[in-house]
Design a protein around this ligand. Sequence first.
Ligand SMILES: Cc1ncc(COP(=O)(O)O)c(C=O)c1O
Length: 389
Amino acid sequence: MSIPITRPFIGPEEMAAVQRPLETGWLVQGPYVKEFESKFGRFIGAENAVATTSCTTALHLSVVALGLGPGDEVIVPGFTWVATANVVEYMGARPVFVDIDLATFNLDVARLEVAITPKTVGIIPVHMFGLAADMDPIKEIADRRSLWTVEDAACGFGAWYGGTHVGTLGDLGCFSFHPRKSITTGEGGMVTTSRDDLAETVRSLRDHGASRSDLQRHTQTGSYLLADYDRLGYNFRMTDIQGAMGSVQMDRAEWVLAERHRCAEAYDRLLADVEWLALPITPSNSVHGYQSYVCLFQPEEPNLQSADRLHEQRNRMMARLEAEGIATRQGTHAAFMQGFYAAKYAIPRSDLPRAFLADRLSLSLPMFPGMTEDELEYVATALRSAADA
Ligand SMILES: Cc1ncc(COP(=O)(O)O)c(C=O)c1O
């Protein structure tokens, strides 16, 4: 059996949808992007949804719109994809890495406030693997200290917090539609916000800073005149081919999320008695989106001394699974340990021990809509025997 880490669900509807813009000849940020934005916004309950080329560019536009600049500091979790911190660097600002809670892989709120300095302007909480960061205390601190929040919801589709979908809790939310995510457009992203002023700025910035979009220009009189370009903008426009695909993916959203829950419940059941593996947890005020099913390998209480040894053990187990056709991955990486950040800031692992341990010991299992009970059982059985070996 060969089981990939994920398999995006692409049906005949997607195949047909991507042809439609090709037939009309309107290929970039047109009616299908608009349709995708409106379905996405409605699903998560966001007043504005603005499509971009990726979550990275969505985050980038968000921090530009908020006026982030040189000398500013922004709090980010230590265990996150490097893009969360990179967008802060793009602006000449400094990401300040804060440790995480190992049980949820999310920002440890208890460590947040001590990291705030007079230079801090904002927080980028990450909803890791589809579980909402603890937004109530984060928002309380942000409001009290006059900081903005941009939710990195790259993995957050289908994640609810206190009955509210993530991406609508901070000033802005940013989603990814990379194929590892629940809903995909190949590459793609979305900025969501209830603030019309920020939405307007992001809409303009993604399109070279234009005062009106090409679609608006072509559907209004005076189409022969170009827009005005008063801002330093970017070209982060989604194509209509991606928009058409995203729109059809949204029609499947409920089913895709239900399938992910079915897989997670199966793993919960099949692995419940495996003592050396900490399974994902869901706090009672949250609904997990299960972008991934990420466990922690802990045959003993992990610490900075045992981490490298346990890491080797985990990797040997993953290699065995690979040999049996089962793809696994580490959950994500500790951005502060990646080469660029190590060279620039040289943050010792002992400053963020749990982010370091998550980097070394997390284990993401295969999960995708349509994964069969046999496949789930095969993974669970192979995992047990790989660990025994
Ligand atoms: C937490 C997080 N933020 C940002 C990104 C970047 O998303 P994209 O690949 O759409 O730019 C990812 C991608 O995996 C991510 O996991």
